[in-house]
Design a protein around this ligand. Sequence first.
Ligand SMILES: NC(=O)c1ccc[n+]([C@@H]2O[C@H](COP(=O)([O-])OP(=O)(O)OC[C@H]3O[C@@H](n4cnc5c(N)ncnc54)[C@H](OP(=O)(O)O)[C@@H]3O)[C@@H](O)[C@H]2O)c1
Length: 234
Amino acid sequence: MNILITGASRGIGRETAKQLTLIDGNKVIAVSRNKAKLEELRSECKALNGKSQLITLPFDLTSDNIKDELFPKIVHEVDHLDILINNAGFLVNKPFLELDSEDIQKVFNTNLFAVIKLIQMLLPLMGKHGKTSIVNIGSIGGYKGSDKFTGLSIYSASKGALSTLSECLAEEFKDLNINVNCLALGGVNTEMLHQAFPGYKAPVNPEQMAAYIVDFCQGEGMQSSGKVIVPDLW
Ligand SMILES: NC(=O)c1ccc[n+]([C@@H]2O[C@H](COP(=O)([O-])OP(=O)(O)OC[C@H]3O[C@@H](n4cnc5c(N)ncnc54)[C@H](OP(=O)(O)O)[C@@H]3O)[C@@H](O)[C@H]2O)c1
């Protein structure tokens, strides 16, 4: 399968990219800004499976020239996509009144607007050679009716918008052979979590989370669309 995953340089995205790359026959395109970390992941995958195919495309997904710079590199590698995992994310933990416009822009640019631009750009590669599964990585904080956390208003709002976007696109793409789902994750032990909540230890590690995502995007994500799912790991 041809797979593109964003935010693959660390945390949940790195582990998910690694597990998907180690499955024979998969070609995985990994996008995030840190070139050295992407290269490190590629070497690690090669050492574990000499036939593995991990293509690393260092890129800032919030930049304006995504279509001119990133798209040609992607179509150079694949003529279609079976799976797109929008995992890259950014979190600000600050009281609402202390948020400045830079915080708000950065959170929404990364967690929502970049996803919109990427899906619009990649649509010509989807649904043409069988089903394409889009999996958006949301958060329990953006899940309707969930417990909310002080300091996470703008982050949670961006993830709430992402889950609504997923439901809307599932409807809009239903005749295009494209499924869109959103996974609303709870706490996972990554640098993002530890920077936002120093000292807190979550019950789930990136390897466990990645195994769930890998299973989901190849299984239920291919069967159903329009779901916002809280994985049963917490
Ligand atoms: N960890 C949790 O407890 C938790 C809970 C709920 C939801 N989530 C969601 O799960 C996803 C992964 O979280 P994580 O904990 O693994 O986070 P993380 O450790 O902070 O990793 C975030 C990834 O996103 C990439 N990224 C950020 N901004 C980017 C940009 N402008 N362009 C390209 N790539 C960018 C980063 O790579 P570069 O720095 O190299 O660009 C990094 O690979 C996020 O969407 C997060 O909101 C996490």
